[in-house]
Design a protein around this ligand. Structure first.
Ligand code: PMP
Length: 310
């Protein structure tokens, strides 16, 4: 694999990219037993800042709790380690990828509790627009996937676990093979859930609506930020159960995620949204979000966490 970084933090040590390897018999490779995060670092007027870094690390620990993976570090130690990796790579803006996985726990799906040990790695590297620059500007053409999201009480959608991304892989791959920029999934109940790697928002008559936690979604940190920013701008923003057809009659549709940021959706299944691209509400919310990073939007919630200079 082409190096994305000079070093990767593994179990407390910075390790050269080429030496950052695991054994092919690692449990996570066979059974998907990993939990991870994606966090963006933005170059702000106050220096590089992790966006809601502590909240992301908290969610990593929540994901580990759901699977009962032991975490060999405290939350604040991993927050600090994330900052250290960005500084060591000399990056001013970055995508951070912490991941905890079951490594050498022996064969078998359920290792004995004494054998279970989590390895932890953190990598920081440059990453541009997830769905492409054009999607950010003009909006992405999305489709409803033929694959549903995992049903409640099967594989927990609320944990950000490696195995969950088999679902995202199928949804994303199918969309691209069919010529779309991204796929949107329905839950097992046929109601709207989320994108392959993004949460979903619909704007109708000036109100922002997003499927609730019960809709087999990952409760995105960008999703939460967008709701708070939208309310600060005077919009109503609410969680709501939404049928598929709500997409086809929406004024605006957009998706949110750490990698995808705020990506407008231009069309769904070939049906243009009324706005036909980023509409006025999407633009206003995106401006407030972007403004956090150039100082135009006050950081009222303390979301920007300084990384410190290299
Ligand atoms: N849903 C899924 C399936 C995702 O992979 C992501 C990206 N982490 C999101 C939603 C958005 O979450 P966040 O805004 O916290 O990145």
């Amino acid at each position: 694999m082409q190096p994305l970084a000079k070093n990767i933090w593994i179990n407390g040590e910075l390790t050269a990219w080429e030496n950052a390897t695991v054994h092919v018999m690692s449990h996570a490779l066979h059974y998907g037993t990993s939990v991870f995060e994606g966090i963006r670092v933005y170059d702000t007027p106050n220096g590089p800042c992790g966006f809601r870094l502590t909240d992301h690390v908290r969610r990593l620990f929540d994901s580990a709790r759901i699977y009962h993976f032991p975490m060999p570090y405290a939350e604040d130690e991993l927050v600090q380690a994330c900052k250290d990796v960005v500084r060591a790579e000399g990056l001013r803006s970055a995508y951070l990828r912490p991941l905890a996985f079951l490594g050498e726990c022996g064969m078998g799906v359920s290792p004995s509790p004494e054998a279970i040990r989590s390895d932890v790695m953190i990598s920081a590297f440059a990453w541009g627009a997830y769905l492409g620059e054009e999607a950010l500007e003009k909006g992405v053409d999305a489709c409803i996937s033929s694959w549903n999201r995992v049903a409640p009480n099967t594989v927990p959608a609320g944990a950000k676990a490696g195995g969950n991304y088999l679902s995202s892989y199928l949804i994303g791959r199918e969309a691209r093979v069919r010529g779309f920029g991204e796929g949107i999934a329905l839950g097992a109940d046929g109601l709207l859930s989320e994108g392959a790697g993004e949460n979903l928002f619909i704007v109708k008559d000036g109100v922002l609506m997003t499927p609730p936690a019960a809709a087999s979604i990952l409760q995105g940190i960008t999703r939460d930020s967008v709701m708070k920013l939208a309310r600060g701008l005077g919009y109503e923003a609410r969680e709501q159960v939404l049928p598929r057809e709500a997409l086809y009659v929406a004024d605006e549709v957009f998706m949110t995620g750490t990698a995808a940021e705020i990506t407008p959706v231009r069309s769904i299944d070939g049906i243009m949204t009324r706005a036909g691209g980023p509409g006025p509400v999407t633009k206003a919310v995106n401006k407030a979000f972007r403004g956090l990073f150039d100082g135009a939007t006050p950081d009222r919630f303390g979301w920007l966490e300084p990384i410190g200079e290299a």
